[in-house]
Design a binder for this molecule. Sequence first.
Ligand SMILES: [Zn+2]
Length: 430
Amino acid sequence: MALFIKDIDYLPMTGSPQLKRGSIRIEGRRITAVGAISPQWGDEVIYGHDKLALPGFVNGHCHAAMTMLRGFGEGLPLREWLSRVQPAEAALREEDIYWASLLAQMEMMKAGVTCYADMYFSEECSLWALEESGIRAVLANGLVDDDGRGEGRLRAMLQWADHYRDDGRGLVSFALAPHAVYSCSEPFLRDIAFEARKRQLPLHIHIAETAAEQESCAAAHGRRVLPYLRDIGFLDGRVFAAHMIHLDEEEMDIAAEKDVRVVHCPQSNMKLASGVLPYRSLRRRGVTVGLGTDGAASNNDLDMLEETRCASLLQKVASGDAAALPPGEALAMATREGAKALFLDDQIGTIEPGKLADITILSLWRPHFYPRNDVNDVMSHVVYGAKNGDVHTVIINGSVRVRAGKCVDIDESRVYHEIQKRAAGFWRRV
Ligand SMILES: [Zn+2]
């Protein structure tokens, strides 16, 4: 059966953001027609009255199972925060990671996210959760070798990625994810980059999140992070990097030259007082910038509408320019540019024929969406006013996964019950 979204306002995000009105036809996993088209016999029809369709949000950097640590380690900067969080994470069991990942996937889908890139340990558990939720994901076990066991982790990840390469639905893809330059040795980073190139997997890493990271890299390797990664060949692959805050001019040139794609996580950066992304300087050089939530422990939620709003507001307040990062650009970061950051822009990120059908529909039947017309711009309403509770329908890979704000395939009450139970056991072990 085909899905037909009838007479809806939509933002295709194909070029400069422009509100259009028409219908959207979905057959199988793909969008097959958009615009002035009619339903056919057998179509399931979603009526577009008082609704707005956007490409599904792409959360480009997450640690999904960190939902279990939501609200823990408040008031600490990154290094101290990590020194509290990482020992606690050692007490997580696989079943905890499964339920925490399912909670995260549910939270994201209910907030209009259709695809996320994850970095955690035991990502097999995320995959099991994903088989239930039906969200799209780029999965990667976070790789560190500060305990001398990095090679084993890399081999296990490669074996797993090779084994699951095709999940039959095209929802899952893989990346290799060295955690950061301060938690991975040079030979280990070279090895990971070599394997990624050989298998054509992207590399997902944290870069330049803090000034301390730059100082420790200069002390250990005699160079700042980007020149160091370039010199060891790490940037010769397809790299998407979370944060990229503390960069000098040369590093931004390197990012542009090597096509390093950036995932900006404004709420996490504000909460851990990490700093402000040099957005304008990166974009002036043509660097791709998407958006991510980071883990729930440094956010505290996985809400891309909030990230979109914060990205725009943060650039305005930091630059003193009210015109900085306008709403259309912020929405592009959450959709098309986010897909590009993950090297998935040939598949998702826009509403147009041929693309996979990942679509988020907001209900506009809310006070904060009125009035709307040529002057009272709906894009401004979405970026500065929309809440995750406005998400009405979410379509992923051509299937309705959220209907009237509720997950279709997940027993939501069971997830709340299980996560409460698991959290109690987890904190007793920490
Ligand atoms: Zn992170």
